[in-house]
Each structure stands twice: as structure tokens, then as C-alpha cells.
Design a protein around this ligand. Structure first.
Ligand SMILES: NC(=O)C1=CN([C@@H]2O[C@H](COP(=O)(O)OP(=O)(O)OC[C@H]3O[C@@H](n4cnc5c(N)ncnc54)[C@H](O)[C@@H]3O)[C@@H](O)[C@H]2O)[C@@H](O)CC1
Ligand SMILES: [K+]
Length: 479
């Protein structure tokens, strides 16, 4: 599992460790890790550090200090390092001395555009976990100079700890923030590196271990790794028969949207269940001859994908919600939900995208997108249901779990028509296989992402390609 801790926990862990170590040790560790990642990037881009032009954007706190010390290490290896200081009077004094001592040079904000335009790499040390709100004043000017240079030259921005201007704890971006190619973060992931929209500013995230420990802190978010998913995959027992492996019922698709039924069924058949039961008007057996038809005993239901919003759709939704088994509600099912707590005897899992989440919350998609933690938590609480809020990095909340889960194992190719129907069939099957709503949602998001990554190897992805890639995705994880 990968965990993200909030700023208060990072500060506490830092205090605890600093009390036992000589002054400056943590910053030296951070700077060494930062310099080493930066050197690797320069090595790949231009064959080495020697002669590379590096520009440091330096703010007024320790984030700037990290950049200055890392700049000094790069200067000692022959890089031409310039630091532009947002405020010369408040820049990290010892870091500045180290950079000057190593032959680095210091410039004012007025030189930022010229230096950025010539740089092979720009290091963003404007704000770290002490940042509040978007970039303003000189900070904003420096960020704009960096972005303009990147646009023109393609040089990468390496963010120190966090892309400056994003909220470390919530992932919110209130105004201008650095858009980095790589972020080198220290001690732990911060929620803002995992949660959109801030996560979209971080690029590739490299974690540098500086020895921080979190024995009692509660993570804000956790990310399942392959081994975590492997441990959760249902495996057929030796004496398994089809009913003991679970049967998932699908109340999805309509005459108007038959594809949703075919895709959800295809995915459910590859979700580890013993059987899939289809209850609806779409002719699925021609494509999926394995399917059982009509109403009957199941261990979980999926309802909503391609259901339409007719009276019949409403009746199908109510029938399923009245059952005493776990239910996944997707798409049209979400649009038809009564705006009140679901109060079911078995778990419910909602799988909205931002627009559907906004309709459930009575807000706008923009509001949901700009405050995703708040939105997913509010939905879980208001509806008393686990919620998978879809997006580039999907977020999963459960009313019974204190932390959130984030799925980062995905590709933008998953944003294609029918992709959600595949996810719904897959997650529903995992519910029927006995996983909790939280685990079913997290494992489904991971496998769906894996299938997308596999399918994308041969170019743009159609939802049917995801279905076709699911078994291989499963096998890659199961080993
Ligand atoms: N906490 C830790 O364990 C460690 C922290 N280190 C570094 O220290 C950083 C935190 O340093 P600081 O606490 O000094 O904080 P920052 O370096 O993030 O700077 C915060 C200061 O910037 C100003 N500021 C805040 N928001 C602003 C805005 N929107 N526009 C303009 N100015 C703004 C304020 O004066 C604030 O005090 C970390 O991100 C990391 O880079 C590392 O050296 C290693 C150890
Ligand atoms: K930064």
C-alpha cells in the first residue's frame, strides 16, 4: 500500500526525527535525493550533468532551501546553476551560501524569462507544504516565466516536494500553480500528489525516503499497489462450483442502449464470478452464450448502466434496491436515485463521474472537480454508500472507512464511451465474489486501469478492447 499523509502529520514526524538528528540532516537528505533524480533526468535528456544549464526558482521557505542545496550539488558536478530569488531578503541563507560556494549564481526576478528560456531544466522551489493558496505576485511571475520557457523549449520542470501553488492536503488548486514534469517528494506522498486537480500538476512523482515515520498518524489516502490487489482477488477454491463462486445480476441496458448490457456482461463474465445473470430487454446471449437469463438469486446486483430514465427503468432500479444483497448503482441508475440516504441492509456502491456526482449533490461538475475529497465524502455520508468518483485518478470513499482510496493505475484512453459499463460489470462481479464495497471498487478500478494500459499498447482503446484485455490484466496481477 502507498499512503499519503497530511501536512500536520508530516510536521509531527519531522519534529520527532529532527530531535534525534544533527541540524540540517533532513534537508541534506532531501537535497541529495532531489539532486540525484535531477541528475538522472539530465543524464537521459542530454547525456549528463556537466555543462547543463539549471535554473532554480527559489521562494522564502525551506522548499527553496532544498532547491538551493540540490543546486549546489549539481553545480559541483559541473552544471551551470542560476537561482532566481522571489525575495532576496527571505531566501534560505545557508542554502544560498552553499550554492554560491559551489559556483552557482544568483539573479533577481527580472532575469527569470531569459534564464528560463536558456535552461535545460527548471527546478521549482517556490512553495512546499507551507504554501497557502495559488501563486501570487512575484511567485506568479516566476511560474509564468517557467511555463512560457517550457512551452518554447520543452525543458522539464522538476517540482520540489509539491508543484508550487497546489494544496498539499486537499488536492485543490486555487489559482495559478506550477505544472511539473516530475515532482520529487520527501518522506511520504502528500494527498495533493494523488488527488486531482493538483495531481495533474505533479507529473511523475518520485518519493525520496528521508527517514520520516508515521507510526500513529492516519493516512488521508491510500493507493493499492499490485501486491495489495493480488491479495484481494477472489480465487476459486478447489471444491468450487459456479454458485459458490458468486452470481452477479445485471439490470442494465435498454432497447435504446443495448451496448451497455453487452459491455457490462462481458466484463462481469471476467470478474471471477461463477455465473452472470442478465435481467433486461437486450439480447445478450448471442454475444455471451454463458449468461443466465431473467430474475433469480444473485449475490450482488449491478443496476443503471444504459438503463434509460423511463418508468420501467425506475421500477427496475427500485426492485434491485429492495433486495438484500450488495448493489452497484451506475449511470442512469444514479440519475433516478431518490435524493436521500439509501438505508439498505446490504452495502451499496455508487459509481458516478463528476456530472452524476454533481446531480446527486445538487452542485455543479466544476465544484465537484475542484473539491473532489469533499465531494466524495459528502456523497458517501449523504447516501450511506461507498462511492467511486471516477476521473483521471478515481477516488473511493466508504462511510465505514476513515481514509480514502485513490486509483492512480490508469490511462487517459479509458475516457471512452462504454468504459464505465465495463467498470460497473467488473466491480459488480467482485461484489458478488464477496469483496467489500470499498475493496470491490478499488480492485475494479485497478484492473480496469490495467486493461486500459494493456489495450493502449496497440493504440486508441474501445470499450470492447477493455473487456478483451481484462483476463490478461487479471492474470498479470495474479501472477
Ligand atoms: N517537513 C519536512 O520533513 C521537511 C521539509 N523540507 C522542505 O521544507 C518545505 C516546507 O518548508 P516551509 O515550511 O518553510 O514552507 P515553504 O517553503 O512551503 O514556504 C512557505 C512560506 O511561503 C510563503 N507563502 C505561502 N503561501 C504563499 C503563496 N501562495 N504565495 C507566496 N508566498 C507564500 C509564506 O511566507 C510561508 O511561510 C517542504 O515542502 C520541503 O520542501 C525538507 O527540507 C525536508 C524535511
Ligand atoms: K515546490
Amino acid at each position: 500500500m502507498r499512503y499519503a499523509y497530511d501536512v500536520a502529520s508530516v510536521r509531527a514526524a519531522e519534529q520527532e526525527l529532527m530531535a534525534r538528528l544533527p541540524d540540517g540532516t533532513l534537508m541534506a537528505r532531501a537535497a541529495a535525493g532531489l539532486a540525484s533524480v535531477t541528475a538522472a533526468i539530465l543524464g537521459q535528456a542530454r547525456g549528463g550533468v556537466y555543462g547543463a544549464r539549471v535554473l532554480l526558482l527559489v521562494g522564502v521557505g525551506d522548499n527553496g532551501g532544498d532547491a538551493l542545496y540540490a543546486g549546489a550539488l549539481l553545480a559541483r558536478r559541473g552544471a551551470a546553476v542560476h537561482a532566481v530569488l522571489a525575495d532576496p531578503d527571505r531566501a534560505h541563507a545557508a542554502g544560498l551560501a552553499a550554492l554560491r560556494g559551489a559556483g552557482g549564481r544568483v539573479a533577481g526576478p527580472g532575469d527569470a524569462r531569459t534564464l528560463a528560456g536558456r535552461a535545460d531544466l527548471i527546478m521549482d522551489g517556490l512553495l512546499g507544504i507551507g504554501g497557502r493558496g495559488g501563486l501570487r505576485g512575484v511567485f506568479a511571475e516566476l511560474a509564468e516565466a517557467a511555463h512560457a520557457a517550457v512551452e518554447a523549449t520543452g525543458a522539464p520542470i522538476v517540482a520540489v516536494d509539491l508543484p508550487s501553488g497546489v494544496d498539499a492536503d486537499t488536492g485543490e488548486v486555487a489559482g495559478l500553480a506550477i505544472r511539473a514534469a516530475v515532482t520529487v517528494t520527501f518522506g511520504t506522498f502528500k494527498p495533493g500528489l494523488l488527488i486531482d486537480p493538483a495531481a495533474g500538476h505533479a507529473g511523475i512523482v518520485e518519493l525520496v525516503d528521508i527517514g520520516l515515520d508515521f507510526p500513529e498518524a492516519r493516512p488521508v489516502a491510500e493507493v493499492l499497489q499490485e501486491s495489495d490487489v493480488r491479495a484481494l482477488l477472489p480465487e476459486p477454491a478447489r471444491l468450487a462450483q459456479k454458485y459458490s463462486r458468486g452470481v452477479v445480476g445485471l439490470a442494465v441496458g435498454s432497447e435504446r442502449y443495448p451496448g451497455a448490457a453487452l459491455l457490462a456482461t462481458g466484463a462481469a463474465l471476467r470478474s471471477g464470478v461463477g455465473a452472470v445473470r442478465y435481467d433486461g430487454p437486450v439480447e445478450v446471449v448471442g454475444t455471451h452464450p454463458e449468461v443466465l437469463l431473467g430474475d433469480g438469486r444473485v449475490q450482488a446486483w449491478v443496476v443503471g448502466s444504459g438503463l434509460g430514465q423511463s418508468e420501467e427503468a425506475r421500477r427496475r432500479l427500485s426492485r434491485v434496491l429492495e433486495s438484500d444483497v450488495p448493489v452497484l448503482v451506475d449511470a442512469d441508475g444514479l440519475r433516478l436515485l431518490p435524493k436521500e440516504s439509501l438505508k439498505r441492509s446490504a452495502p451499496t456502491l455508487l459509481t458516478p463521474h463528476s456530472g452524476e456526482a454533481a446531480a446527486l449533490l445538487g452542485s455543479s461538475a466544476e465544484e465537484v472537480d475542484s473539491g473532489r475529497i469533499q465531494a466524495v465524502r459528502a456523497l458517501a455520508r449523504d447516501y450511506d454508500a461507498a462511492v467511486l468518483l471516477k476521473g483521471p485518478f478515481s477516488l473511493i470513499a466508504d462511510p465505514l472507512a476513515p481514509g480514502l482510496r485513490v486509483n492512480t493505475h490508469a490511462t487517459a484512453y479509458l475516457a471512452t464511451a462504454g468504459s464505465g459499463d465495463v467498470l460497473a460489470g467488473l466491480a459488480g462481479g467482485l461484489l458478488a465474489g464477496g469483496l467489500s464495497a470499498l475493496d470491490a471498487a478499488s480492485v475494479a478500478a485497478y484492473l480496469h486501469g490495467s486493461a486500459g494500459l494493456l489495450a493502449a499498447r496497440s493504440g486508441p482503446v474501445a470499450a470492447s478492447d477493455l473487456v478483451a484485455a481484462l483476463s490478461a490484466a487479471w492474470q498479470n496481477v495474479a501472477g
